[in-house]
Design a protein. Sequence first.
Length: 447
Amino acid sequence: MSPHATGRRAVHRSVAAVVPLAVLAALATAGPASAHTRSGEAHVISTATLGDIPLGTFSNALLPGTVAEDRGVDLGGIGSDIHPAGRKGEYWTVTDRGPNGQIKVDGTKRRTFPVPGFDPAIVRIKVSGDTVRVLQSIPLTTSSGRPVTGLPNQAERDEAPYSYDAGTPLPFDPNGLDTEGVVPAADGSFWLVDEYGPSLVHVSARGKVLTRYVPEGLNLRGADHPVVEALPGVLLHRKINRGFEGLAQLPGGDLVLAMQSPLSLPDKDAGEASRTVRLLRFSPKKKAVTAEYAYRFDPVAVVDPSEDDTSELKISSVVAVGGDRLLVEERTDKAARLHLVRLDRKADVLGGRWDDGATSPSLEQLADPAAAGVPVLSKRLVVDLGTVAGVPGKIEGVALVNRDTLALINDNDFGMTDGAGAFDAQGRLVDSGIETKVTYVRLPRGL
């Protein structure tokens, strides 16, 4: 991507109208054109790249005046999730909270937001050959039509936001969302998950936040959208900026929400060392959580042989594959593995002792939850993406194209890196060169 806005090619997309969607059937979506197929192992069959779109141009076309200065940043970060959009090669994606990084000041890391006016958006893309095009973009807005920023919500729970150079504090925003998963609903609305609350967010077909479901006791003040405390209060122990990351809708309509990381319960050290993460089942009809499951990561060296830090394990995507079955992505920033999981009713731990923050040891502290009597979800490895040549790092979105083909999308972090060198002396982005890509992978044995 070009590090400067000047001379970057124009953006072509429709933003004025949002067409209601029919019920999407991911398993029936047509796949990409077949390439030469090697038998016996998973392999990449094609890759497409998103071109350079100036972030200011993108944002201001949706909500004029949103971004005064994009600092040479291009649209990126749409790889937070990917979901089939009903037509061949078309997908719904969602941006995360926008460009952000970390700079150490006096020995302490500060979270930077170089484009604080950025408004997270739902983005419909089309993959054609080796190109990813933006077809439609839906800005997220509050009840009164104001932009939903990507800024943190609460000083007592979230990292303090700073300017691009970490020199100037920015305000917290109770309307801010760090959006991750996206699922289109049959009525044209969307479900999203957010890392800050953590939250489950229902938005209209035009992007207005209809309801934000948060943990009991969050006490989010000042939000310009309805906030309902309908999730277990134990989720208040989520690691900073490691809330919900995966979202899927089961055939019966229930949603599955996956925490990115183990809870910091009873403290940060316990969460960093844990390999047990939680999945929730939410009923849109009942507007309530109906089940909770314990999911167990593989050891970090199994997921990523180059990594020895257990806290680098994350769930970034969950994909419904029929019945009560899911594909669950375990990853680090460099490697990922997909497991087939069945949501067994007997594995439900909702409302029990593991939802009590005073329980000791906590679920996260158990070295072997199954041995302690906790019903852990069983899983079967489908593919180790870390061994598939051509798969980018930091895969955050996975879609099932058909029984034996996956569409993967990476999060390129808007071309940003951490550290004071992320921007030049003029305050312009020094681009990482990492592009947003959609990569198709063939599974020879299917699911």
